[in-house]
Design a protein around this ligand. Structure first.
Ligand code: COA
Length: 229
C-alpha cells in the first residue's frame, strides 16, 4: 500500500513497481471523496483505517511533519514499513537506514551514512560518507550533502542545495532551493541563498525599507516647542 496519493506518491509508486512490489492501492486521509477512485494505475482504497499488519506500507507524503506522524502511527500499530529504494539508487553496504525511508532514482548513499525513520533522499541527491539524517528529514532532488553533515528531525533541504562538510543543520529547518550552506543552522530556521543566510523577520524587512528620516514605529513624534508667552 502506498500511503499518500499526490505527486510524491507517483514517484514512490513508480519506484515500488520497478523494484518488483505489487501495489494494493493508495491511502488518502485528506480527501474522502477520492476513495474508490482510480489513481496512477491503482485505486485510492480509503484512509488509514484500511491499513493492517502483514502488508507493506510505503510512506509517500512529501511533507516532513505529516510523514513522520504517519510513521509513528504505523509503528505504534506494528505495521510493516520497509525501506523502499528505486533499483537505480546506489546504497553503500555499511549505510544504516531505518524503516519507512525512501531512496529515489539516482540517490547515492555513501559508506557509514545513518538515516532515521521516514527519511526521503530524493531523485539524484547525494549523501556522502558519515552523514547522519534524523527521523523525517527530506533531502530534495539534486541536493549534495558533503561528508559528515548532520541534519535534525523534519528538516527539508530544498532542491539543489549544497551543504559543506561537517555542517550541523538543526531540526524543523527549511533550506531554500539552491542554497549553499557553509555554517551550522540552528533549530527552526529558514535559510536561503549563497552563502545561506536566515530569512529576515518581517520586522527587519520593514526596518530596512523605512525612510531614514522617519521615526521608528511606536516612537511618538517630537512635540512642538512651547510657544513663548
Ligand atoms: C526558502 C523558501 C522556503 C522561502 O519561502 P518563502 O518564505 O515563501 O519566500 P518567498 O517566496 O516569499 O520569497 C521571499 C524572498 O526570498 C527570496 N527567495 C525565496 N527563496 C529563495 C531561494 N531559494 N533562493 C534565493 N532567494 C530566495 C525571494 O526572491 C524573495 O525575495 P524578495 O523579497 O527580494 O523578492 C522557499 O523559497 C524555498 O526555496 N523552498 C524550498 C522548496 C523546495 O525545494 N521543495 C522541495 C520539493 S521536492
Amino acid at each position: 500500500m502506498i500511503w499518500g496519493a499526490g505527486g510524491h506518491a507517483k514517484v514512490v509508486a513508480d519506484s515500488a513497481r520497478l523494484a518488483g512490489w505489487t501495489i494494493g492501492g493508495f491511502v488518502d486521509d485528506s480527501h474522502p471523496l477520492r476513495h474508490g477512485r482510480p489513481f496512477f494505475g491503482g485505486l485510492v482504497v480509503g484512509g488509514r483505517e484500511t491499513l493492517h499488519s502483514g502488508i507493506a506500507v510505503a510512506l509517500a507524503l512529501a511533507d516532513c511533519h505529516a510523514r513522520l506522524h504517519c510513521a509513528q502511527y504505523a509503528l505504534d500499530r506494528q505495521l510493516w514499513l520497509p525501506v523502499l529504494a528505486h533499483p537505480r539508487a546506489c546504497i553503500a553496504s555499511s549505510a544504516r537506514i531505518a524503516e519507512g525511508s525512501f531512496l529515489a532514482a539516482g540517490a547515492t548513499i555513501n559508506p557509514d551514512v545513518v538515516l532515521g525513520v521516514a527519511v526521503i533522499v530524493n531523485t539524484g541527491a547525494t549523501v556522502d560518507y558519515d552523514c547522519e539524517l534524523d527521523d523525517g528529514v527530506h533531502v530534495a532532488p539534486g541536493v549534495h550533502l558533503a561528508a559528515g553533515v548532520s541534519i535534525g528531525e523534519r528538516t527539508l533541504v530544498g532542491i539543489g542545495a549544497v551543504v559543506k562538510p561537517g555542517v550541523r543543520i538543526g531540526s524543523d529547518c527549511t533550506i531554500g532551493a539552491g542554497a549553499v550552506v557553509i555554517r551550522n543552522i540552528p533549530d527552526g530556521t529558514t535559510v536561503y541563498g549563497s552563502p545561506a543566510r536566515p530569512r529576515p523577520a518581517l520586522a527587519d524587512i520593514a526596518d530596512s525599507t523605512r525612510d531614514a528620516s522617519e521615526p521608528p514605529p511606536g516612537d511618538s513624534p517630537t512635540p512642538p516647542a512651547a510657544a513663548a508667552p
